[in-house]
Design a protein around this ligand. Structure first.
Ligand code: HAM
Length: 429
């Protein structure tokens, strides 16, 4: 269909959806740098990349994250596709990683799998600084290891990542949520405590408390928070195995020089966690202080139909991280090696071949096809932060040599047109 643009008619601009954002070219450099750093660290610690779909069946998330969580109750983008199947834009990646581990029987190749994935997640939360409806996460998930050593090592990997990006205002908060054996006893104690507080709880928590009292501990409503000051903590109800697992995690963390805070209120907002949970908190972000979070989910593979397999993982919130990294611009700023200022049609015809050949090697190159004057072209080269400018006009074509100007030192050399691509490559290296 051809849309007619009628004279005098106001054309309404179409803007972004609330809570969504563009990452503009000037910002993309820092995102690329962070992702590159993460890939390097993940690969060094034995992880392999897995790419997962953004749409999944709704059941996958309700069964894993939990029906009574804020994410499943209020925040998912869920709709039915044309056949009436309920599908959801993923609010997180762990459930998908588990689905994939089971569906492709990755455990049959090796029960131990270390996977990482980077991509967008979607939650319909109230947007504010550091909280978006489409946000990006880097996830690490480890399947098949129940040893506390891996819990400590995973937290270490997280710390390495932040420190390599010069983010120092961070501290890992850790807790243990127990297992299927000790959690019911804790639940009873919590329920008994909450029964005396019903009046102070918000409507959601009044409803949730009997089915899933742990969720009350995670509620952000002030009246709920205030009523929980002396609530029982999971740490006081751990069974012997969970207790010794947690002690060992702390011992290994100390051994590998990771300072941490034991935070008995850290319950996380997703139902699948067992034993060790952790968050990386920063003071630089205001209200949204968690820049990463994770923990064990030893029952999830089984809950989703796979073999009994312990697992642990984390997700780093990239949007929040971008706001706190403190890197010099030249670490991530885009560089242009050569800007070609070709004056006149004949020069452009010659230079287009050089530009294509240079770009086809590892030289970044920009050629301007406009009728701009040399002054105008030099201004554009400056704007693009070109390291070198190649100048060619009728005179240069006749003399069979071009000028290459180093924009930093302002030095200019003359290079023969014969074999020009090689001459440029040598001169700029
Ligand atoms: P999560 O705590 O829900 O955990 O999210 C992890 C991180 O994602 C948060 O610490 C935060 O930095 C970022 N994040 C979450 N919601 C938003 C938002 N609306 N806007 C911006 N950033 C946000 C998980 O998602 C678990 N799947 C982590 C995990 C992996 N556990 C085990 N494996």
């Amino acid at each position: 269909m051809i849309v007619e643009i009628r004279k005098g008619l106001d054309i309404q601009m179409i803007n972004l959806i609330r809570g969504f954002k563009d990452i503009l070219p000037e910002e993309a450099g820092i995102w690329q740098h962070i992702e590159k750093t993460a890939r390097m660290i993940f690969e060094d610690f034995g992880f392999s990349e897995i790419r997962l779909p953004i749409l999944e069946r709704t059941d996958l998330f309700s069964r894993s994250i939990g029906e009574d969580t804020d994410i499943v109750e209020k925040e998912m983008y869920t709709f039915s596709d044309r056949k009436g199947d309920l599908i959801t834009l993923r609010p997180e990646a762990t459930a998908s990683a588990v689905r994939s581990y089971i569906q492709h029987k990755l455990y049959a190749v090796d029960p131990i799998q270390k996977l990482y994935t980077i991509g967008p997640m979607f939650r319909r939360e109230r947007p504010q600084k550091g909280r978006y409806r489409q946000f990006y996460q880097m996830n690490a998930e480890i399947f098949g290891i129940d040893s506390p050593y891996i819990d400590a090592q995973l937290i270490y990997v997280l710390m390495v990542f932040f420190l390599r990006l010069n983010v120092t205002d961070i501290s890992p908060h850790i807790n243990s949520l127990g297992c299927l054996e000790c959690r019911p006893k804790f639940k009873d104690a919590l329920l008994a405590f909450l029964s005396g507080k019903t009046d102070q709880l918000c409507t959601d928590c009044k409803r949730r408390k009997d089915k899933n009292p742990l969720r009350v501990l995670d509620c952000k409503v002030l009246s709920c928070q205030e009523s929980l000051d002396d609530a029982p903590a999971t740490l006081d109800h751990l069974c012997d195995k969970c207790q010794s697992h947690f002690e060992k995690v702390k011992y290994i963390l100390e051994k590998i020089n990771v300072e941490f805070v034991v935070d008995k209120r850290l319950v996380r907002g997703l139902d699948y966690y067992t034993r060790t949970t952790f968050e990386i908190q920063t003071g630089s972000l205001g209200a949204q202080s968690a820049v990463a979070g994770g923990g064990r989910y030893d029952n999830l593979v089984k809950i989703l139909g796979g073999p009994d397999t312990p697992a642990i993982g984390f997700a780093i919130g990239l949007d929040r991280l971008v706001e706190i990294v403190d890197l010099k611009k030249d670490v991530y700023e885009k560089r242009l090696n050569v800007f070609i200022a070709a004056l006149g049609e004949r020069s452009r015809e010659a230079a287009i071949e050089w530009a294509c050949a240079l770009g086809n090697t590892d030289v970044s190159v920009e050629i301007d096809f406009s009728e701009r004057s040399l002054k105008g072209l030099m201004k554009r080269a400056d704007r693009l932060k070109a390291e070198f400018v190649l100048i060619v006009g009728d005179k240069e074509l006749e003399e069979k040599s071009v000028l290459l100007r180093n924009m930093k030192t302002k030095e200019q050399v003359s290079l023969p047109i014969e074999g020009i691509v090689e001459h440029i490559r040598k001169s700029i290296s």
